[in-house]
Design a protein around this ligand. Structure first.
Ligand code: SAM
Length: 294
């Protein structure tokens, strides 16, 4: 008979596990553990897990979300930075097959190798202190990820889906549109699935969180000749938000004359600000600027 596992995703079990292992949640490592089974189920549902599917979980903690993924039939590789937690996971998730726990930093491990060069989904309640860095690293490495389902701060989720001022009716959106929005939308089709209140975590974070679902595109949203150069232009353009596009780009060392020419070729007014440019305008600009530099 299959082993029946106690559900980790509730306050009393989480407290009990922490106490039994003499653990304290670490603020430095962004440890806010889920204590709401409904939220775990909704994340697993949003990830649309099929039996035997490969999932990379970043930061399994004491195994709360991992358990939901395993119950849904996923083969989970979980990377956890906290050295104390693999021993805890060995007990809280004892008896589950299809689980591999790796102790290490997600920004440093060879993800392609640990996922055996196979396509996979990423499902995670991310540590908030490095959310954007993790998402950008995963996307820029062009790993064979098909879907990313992650819990992030509501404000970060809004940045990921924000569109430029000129295309959006809501002025608010322009404030949050930046290099993260461009990168996420370049590689994926993102949508905010649902919000999660602070009371669903132990300890409760100060802000509301959101689960964001990013379906990775087969090819990027716009055609660029050189990804690295494109992102250099995007980052430089948003580098100094109050400056005009031409001044922001000139301040990182691009030649003014070439910039004027590239902007003219791209049909972009040099006095515009980065937050008004669409992905395709950034692509045209970076392609034209690159062609003039060579
Ligand atoms: N998945 C668990 C849950 O939902 O209850 C824990 C989520 S908690 C928000 C984030 C987890 O990421 C913590 O367990 C933390 O130790 C881990 N973590 C922090 N930085 C990490 C890194 N660079 N690489 C891998 N894991 C990390």
């Amino acid at each position: 008979m299959d082993k029946i596992h106690p559900i980790i995703a509730n306050l009393s079990t989480t407290r009990h596990i922490l106490k039994s292992f003499n653990l304290r949640t670490s603020k430095r490592l962004g440890q806010n553990f889920l204590i709401d089974k409904g939220v775990v189920d909704d994340i697993v549902y949003a990830a649309d897990i099929e039996e035997g599917e490969l999932v990379l979980e970043i930061g399994p903690g004491i195994g709360t979300l991992t358990q939901g993924l395993l119950e849904a039939g996923a083969c989970v590789t979980a990377v956890e930075l906290d050295k104390k937690l693999p021993a805890v996971l060995a007990e809280t998730l004892a008896g589950y097959e299809n689980l591999q726990v790796i102790q290490g930093d997600i920004l440093k491990v060879d993800i392609l190798q640990i996922m055996n060069n196979q396509p996979f989904k990423v499902v995670a309640n991310l540590p908030y202190y490095i959310t954007s860095q993790i998402i950008l690293t995963l996307l820029e490495k062009r790993l064979p990820i098909t879907k990313l389902v992650t819990m992030v701060q509501r404000e970060v989720a809004e940045r990921m889906v924000a569109t430029p001022e000129s295309l959006s009716a809501a002025k608010e959106s322009a404030k949050t549109y930046g290099a993260l929005s461009v990168a996420v939308q370049f590689y994926t089709e993102p949508r905010i699935a649902f919000d999660v209140p602070p009371s669903s975590f132990l300890p409760s974070p100060e802000v509301t969180s959101s689960v964001i679902v990013c379906d990775v595109r087969k090819s990027p949203a716009v055609e660029v000749e050189d990804d690295k150069f494109f992102f250099r232009v995007v980052r430089a353009s948003f580098g100094q938000r109050r400056k005009t596009l031409i001044n922001s780009l000139a301040s990182v060392g691009f030649n003014r004359e070439l910039l004027s020419k590239a902007l003219e070729m791209s049909n972009i007014d040099p006095q515009r600000r980065a937050e008004t440019l669409s992905l395709s305008e950034f692509a045209t600009l970076s392609n034209n600027l690159k062609s003039l530099l060579h």
